[in-house]
Design a protein around this ligand. Structure first.
Ligand code: FAD
Ligand code: NAP
Ligand code: SF4
Length: 679
């Protein structure tokens, strides 16, 4: 018996309850949060952006918020970046609004004035104070200039309405222009726009009031309010409540939660941040206003979202990256199939890191994200028998895409479980989300009908009769060679992470790449990872648990390290420079808090019973160590390919088996997916 169309969803009733805004209704409580993809900056990329939105709208999201658009040139994020200020800029936006509406979603344009975060010399700010993350110093804006900015917001919102948007989101958080007005950290004015909390918030309130006036009563105004600045001299709780109430009075429809300025030294979205870490601050605001509140940050699965809504902590949940990873997230949740969701692991590797490198965003787990028009998995008319050897990320992506297209795929792995190196990554404290990626692929293999042969080391002979052979056998860890490198103290990272070797109290790590850093985190944390315990995590990073202090900062109280660890590299300079743009600083700060001693420019002289002898510059020393853990990169594992060649059988190489240098899962999955799309 089927349920009536308006019956509550049996799996996630709160998540799928429509939200009546008075003049319009959202079909559910999922807001696709604003995220810059790099497709916003040029009108010629709008058809691609529309295709990206269309898939998410068809996948069931309630409302989409676009990436940020500046209301004028001084508000640019970067030179010639996304902006909506002229009538002729309206037309391309109609692609986007149509794409969202055709899929049944509402769509709001985000109005983002970058203020002193603008990466260009025209930037302005309430006061002439340079941001620590930007080389440009802003000009302090005049009072007349401020009036012009308010006009620009109202004008831009009117154009958004003309383009068919259901509303706008006014970006008032993350340390951008409006937030710079509200916080004493960046507003040192003594005129009508600064000096007291009331005057500091006047700019925000005026913008909301003027946008409402310009766009009429039946237009959604989401205001993104910084509930936690996480910087010194940020706002304090009573000021934030006053801002929320004034913004409600000025005519906003919804308040969205903003967490942390971009210059904050507390991570807010990376994978080691606990799931739903900050929802309690949204909950704290709830009794103070009557507008619907959106909560945000590290909500990536339906049970987490439902839990937050059911507990009355918020009225909507915002997700950006989870919808990049899986455009069907909402539909899968609605159908009660969370196990089918391709869960965002919060790695930032293909989304935010790309944006910061001026590349188009995508997703490590879903290379089609923002490439929907170009990477298409078409049904095949000539199914082939395909053998794929290796069920690591490269082989899994290749197998599932090829099978989805209609090929008959057999996937071999010598191990007893799928996942390849992800089975080591998931053991790192703070990387628990990697379990989800393995779960997703396991489900996907089943759904697409891949014939999985675990515990089977494939030989060339076994592959002779397949139409296509794909070698995805991964890597072998690189060995080091210096005197004593065969000493019993010298162990490989795989043996350490698998628990084969119980590492002593003093460890030296050779190699400070991504894996060296991960191993250092593994060795310094004992017991349950703080990522799984919000209170411990907040204490470690210094977030005021009551959210009362100015900026919500408290004194960080890192837990003592489980071991004394050294992390070494041969290259000069501080280790960790090559880590991800948006996550590397978190790894460096984590290890610093654990008192890991990091050294660059190291020459390895040898290992003996005393420990590891090194030279740095002219100085030789012995690092007394119980174990020396080698994390010195990898080499491709290719013996199978050689055997296939001897049989005269051609094979495709993907992932680490192809190129091990600087291999990461992003490349492995992208390469596997693209090969499968072409077979
Ligand atoms: P692998 O994952 O190595 O898989 C190869 C598979 O082939 C294995 O399962 C193996 O058993 C199988 N195999 C080999 N020979 C045969 C044979 N003859 N027959 C059958 N099966 C065979 N990358 C990131 O992008 N981000 C991260 O945060 C990250 N963290 C990491 C943390 C750790 C601790 C580690 C170890 C790695 C991490 N990586 C990370 C790297 C990432 O896991 C690898 O880049 C990725 O797994 C490579 O995928 P692959 O499919 O090429 O190879
Ligand atoms: P890597 O990043 O290439 O680092 C290897 C390290 O070993 C370097 O520090 C290198 O530095 C050192 N090294 C290389 N050859 C050596 C030798 N012969 N003797 C001694 N030291 C040597 O490789 P990885 O750390 O193994 O990581 C593998 C891949 O996984 C990387 O591409 C990385 O992107 C990915 N990964 C990513 C993350 C993430 O969080 N994004 C986490 C883990 C892994 P010197 O040459 O200066 O000594
Ligand atoms: Fe999430 Fe990583 Fe994909 Fe970004 S790249 S959406 S963080 S899984």
């Amino acid at each position: 018996m089927s349920l009536p169309a308006d019956a509550p969803n049996p799996h996630y009733p709160h998540l799928f309850a429509p939200l009546d805004l008075g003049f319009t209704t959202l079909r559910n409580r999922v807001l696709m949060g604003s995220m810059h993809t790099g497709l916003e900056d040029r009108a010629r990329d709008f058809p691609r952006l529309a295709a990206y939105f269309a898939e998410r709208a068809a996948g069931g999201v309630g409302m989409i918020v676009t990436g940020g658009f500046a209301p004028n040139v001084v508000g640019w994020l970067k030179p010639f970046g996304s902006k909506l200020s002229w009538p002729w800029e309206v037309r391309p936006h109609k692609f986007l609004t149509k794409a969202a509406h055709d899929g049944g979603a509402k769509i709001c344009l985000q109005l983002l004035h970058a203020g002193r975060y603008g990466y260009h010399p025209l930037q302005v700010a309430p006061s002439k104070i340079k941001a620590p993350i930007n080389p440009f110093t802003p000009r302090a804006i005049s009072a007349r200039g401020i009036e012009r900015q308010v006009d620009a917001y109202a004008h831009s919102a009117r154009l958004a309405r003309e383009a068919g948007y259901d509303g706008v989101e006014i970006m008032g958080s993350e340390g951008y222009f409006i937030n710079e007005f509200t916080a004493p950290r960046t507003n040192r004015r003594n005129d009508a726009w600064g000096g007291t909390p009331e005057k500091r918030m006047r700019f925000a309130v005026e913008i909301v009031r003027r946008v409402r006036e310009a766009c009429g009563p039946d237009f959604i105004i989401v205001y993104r309010l910084s509930l936690l600045d996480l910087v010194e001299d940020g706002n304090q709780w009573d000021e934030i409540v006053a801002q929320a109430q004034a913004i409600e009075k000025a005519g906003a429809t919804i308040i969205n939660t903003g967490i942390g300025w971009h210059e904050a030294r507390i991570p807010t979205i990376v994978t080691s941040v606990p799931r739903a870490a900050f929802v309690d601050v949204t909950a704290k605001l709830k009794p103070c206003v009557s507008l619907p509140l959106v909560t945000s940050n590290r909500i990536n699965m339906p049970d987490v979202a439902e839990g937050v809504l059911a507990a009355g902590k918020a009225d909507l949940v915002s997700m950006a990256r989870p919808l990049l990873a899986d455009p069907q997230w909402v539909e899968k949740a609605r159908a009660g199939q969370p196990q089918r969701i391709n869960t965002c692991i919060a790695c930032n590797q293909a989304c935010l890191d790309h944006v910061f490198e001026n590349k188009v965003a995508s997703c490590l787990l879903n290379p089609r994200a923002c490439h929907e028009t170009e990477l298409v998995y078409r049904k095949t008319y000539s199914p082939k028998r395909i053998a794929i050897v290796g069920a690591g990320p490269a082989g899994l992506a290749c197998a599932t895409v090829a099978a989805e297209r209609g090929h008959r795929v057999t996937l071999f792995d010598a191990a007893g479980e799928i996942g390849g190196q992800f089975n080591y990554a998931k053991r790192i404290p703070g990387k628990e989300e990697f379990h989800e990626a393995i779960r997703y692929f396991a489900n996907r293999l089943e759904q697409t009908g891949v014939d999985l042969k675990l515990g089977t080391t494939a030989t060339a002979e076994m592959l002779r009769d397949f139409d296509e052979v794909v070698v995805a056998t991964g890597i072998v860890p690189r060995k080091v060679s210096f005197p004593g490198s065969d000493h019993a103290k010298v162990v490989g990272y795989l043996d350490v992470l698998s628990g084969k070797v119980a590492v002593g109290r003093r460890a030296v790590i050779i190699g400070a790449g991504g894996i060296g850093f991960d191993v250092a985190e593994f060795l310094t944390v004992e017991g349950e990872s703080p990522t799984l315990d919000k209170a411990r995590w907040m204490a470690e990073w210094g977030v005021d648990p009551g959210f009362e202090a100015r900026g919500s900062l408290a004194r960080p109280r890192p837990e003592p390290p489980a071991r004394e660890v050294w992390l070494l590299q041969r290259s000069p300079g501080a280790p960790g420079r090559k880590l991800g743009k948006t996550s590397g600083w978190v790894h460096r700060a984590t290890l610093k808090a654990k008192r890991v001693q990091m050294l660059g420019g190291v020459e390895y002289l040898g290992v003996d019973d005393a420990g590891l002898r090194i030279r740095v510059g002219d100085v030789e020393q012995v690092l007394p160590a119980d174990h020396v853990v080698v994390c010195a990169g990898q080499e491709p594992r290719r013996e199978l390919q050689a055997a296939l060649q001897a049989l005269g059988k051609a094979a495709h190489l993907i992932g680490g088996a192809d190129v091990a240098t600087e291999l990461d899962a992003k490349r492995a999955i992208d390469q596997g997916s693209r090969l499968a799309a072409a077979l």
